[in-house]
Design a binder for this molecule. Structure first.
Ligand SMILES: [Ca+2]
Ligand SMILES: [Ca+2]
Ligand SMILES: [Ca+2]
Length: 517
């Protein structure tokens, strides 16, 4: 007991330091032209989207051998073309649907639904169900992001179509999707429905899918998971890069392109009647970066809402792929006040000979942790995760203490704080109607892995056991929530599984060290 108390004390002291410093940990490598990374909510895997038309999976720190999706034969390869965005349906865990935004072999934008197969690590490319298509007048400025909003609707992000200085003034015209953010309902209609409260429904000459407009090339956007505010990184023309916010619940906002580039007056050529520069109807950026100071192309990011770095919660992280700097700031949407603007590049350098070289995208893992994508055209593409500096990594070590117990733990995921521990248990030697799996662990605290009020049985061993009913005869997966509690960092718990069926048996054990990545 004394040892456990000391361990808890030590980890609490360690935890006190964790909020102070951050760094990055590489979670994927060895890929070419990464443009996207993310995961369905609550999923411990990291999905990685490649420009060339493939999606790969990192599972327990290892790249799985098969592609999750390969549509490379359908995807065009110009500089701003390719597989550009991915979004998992909010009900992905039950319906297996996800959405991909890519440019096809004609260079036009396609948004399609796909479905996973019976193997959770492989999707079916033949399941493609086209949702929408948009012809592209030029190869560049395709936008390409996809996000489900807190309202359950799919938001589709389009650039102005391309060339330079939006020659058709498309971003201001409401009869094209180019230069717009669309909002559609993929759960109704064929292939989609238009929400009745979209701002241009019923407006003559306007396409009803449009939700916001006046954008040049919104490259990487996000919904704040807490507030629902929509953050937009809009790439500038020759002088300014900008970050915009559409506060939750506001629709029909005009972000000003091409009359304005950031806060400067730009051009109205071929625009007809539009609001003039600095018109109060035009929504200015919350911040802008100047090309004269080294910026070149903004990469929008995320308001951090994860567990691992408590000192960073509520800060918006973004980058510029020209100067390759990562910055963060806080922003009060109500008052429009920006504060604490910081260059975080040095803090977030991974060290150990690694470097984040070309930041083309950010992502969130299944638990809201921040991912940073290093693009690379030469096979050195990497994904990094923001983590506390100096914190222990999670570790799961399977063992067979006595040498006598059967290996019935088929796999174990890493016990990362704020995520879930998965134990895959092989009950194939128990072909009865049901088996009971008892998952037990030795301390350090009785609350770990157990929701309040959950049934515990303590069969006199000093260990607490959780009884889980499983369908026997195959592999059963048991998921145990791992709390987001810095005080648990570095603690090791001893997990034992017993299968009670026709023949009861004690399985091999796994030692798990709770940690951050
Ligand atoms: Ca285009
Ligand atoms: Ca703007
Ligand atoms: Ca690198």
């Amino acid at each position: 007991m004394k040892t456990r108390i000391l361990a808890l004390l030590a980890s609490t002291l360690l935890a006190a330091d964790l909020g102070a410093q951050i760094t990055t940990k590489r979670v994927a490598s060895g890929m070419t032209r990464i443009l996207w990374a993310g995961a369905p909510r609550g999923d411990a895997r990291i999905f990685v989207g490649l420009k060339g038309g493939r999606i790969r999976i990192v599972k327990n720190g290892v790249l799985t051998p098969n592609y999750f999706l390969d549509i490379s034969t359908k995807v065009s390869g110009g500089s701003e073309q390719g597989l550009l965005g991915v979004a998992f349906h909010p009900d992905y865990a039950t319906n297996g649907l996800f959405y991909v935004n890519y440019t096809d072999l004609s260079g036009d934008t396609v948004v399609s639904a796909f479905q996973v197969t019976a193997n959770p690590d492989i999707a079916d490319p033949a399941s493609e169900f086209p949702i929408l298509r948009q012809s592209q007048p030029f190869e560049n400025h395709n936008g390409g992001d996809l996000h489900f909003g807190p309202d359950g609707y799919l938001y589709v992000f389009f650039g102005d179509g391309g060339s330079a200085n939006d020659p058709g003034c498309r971003a201001q015209r409401l009869d094209t999707w180019l230069g717009k953010i669309l909002r559609i309902d993929v759960n109704t209609g064929a292939p989609y429905g238009v929400p009745a409260d979209n701002p241009f429904v019923g407006v003559s000459g306007a396409l009803p899918e449009i939700y916001h407009y006046g954008l040049r090339n919104p490259w990487r956007n996000s919904f704040d998971r807490l507030t629902g505010d929509l953050w937009i990184g809009d790439v500038g023309q020759d002088l300014r890069e900008e970050i915009d916010v559409a506060p939750a619940g506001q629709a029909g906002l005009n972000f000003g392109w091409k009359m304005m580039e950031g806060t400067r007056c730009n051009s109205t050529t071929n625009c007809g009647t539009v609001p003039p520069c600095n018109d109060p109807s035009l929504v200015p950026p919350v911040t802008e970066l100047l090309h004269s100071a080294g910026s070149f192309a903004i990469t929008g990011g995320y308001v951090y809402r994860g567990c691992l770095c408590p000192g960073e919660v509520g800060k918006y992280f973004f980058a510029d792929s020209g100067d390759n700097k990562i910055r963060s700031f806080e922003y009060d949407v109500g008052s429009g006040t920006l504060s604490n603007f910081q260059d975080r590049t040095v803090e977030l350098a991974p060290g150990g000979g690694q470097a984040i070289n070309a930041i083309v995208s950010f992502g969130e893992d299944g638990f809201g942790e921040l991912l940073i994508i290093d693009h690379s055209s030469s096979g050195n593409g990497e994904v990094f995760k923001m983590v506390p500096a100096g914190a222990p990594g999670a570790l799961a070590v399977a063992r067979n203490g006595s040498g006598l117990n059967r290996t019935c733990l088929a796999s174990t995921s890493l016990p990362i704080l704020g995520s879930a521990l998965e134990l895959a248990i092989d009950t194939s030697s128990h072909p009865g109607a049901t088996s009971t799996v008892l998952v037990g662990y030795a301390g350090p605290q009785s609350g770990i892995f157990l929701a309040p009020g959950e049934l515990l049985v303590a069969p006199g061993s000093g260990r607490l056991f959780r009884s889980i009913q499983v369908a026997s005869g195959g592999i059963d997966v048991v998921r145990l929530p791992v709390p987001c509690d810095a005080a648990l960092s570095g603690l090791t718990a001893y997990t034992q599984v017993a299968v009670l069926g026709g023949q009861s048996e004690l399985c091999n054990a796994v030692d798990i060290t709770l940690g951050y990545y």
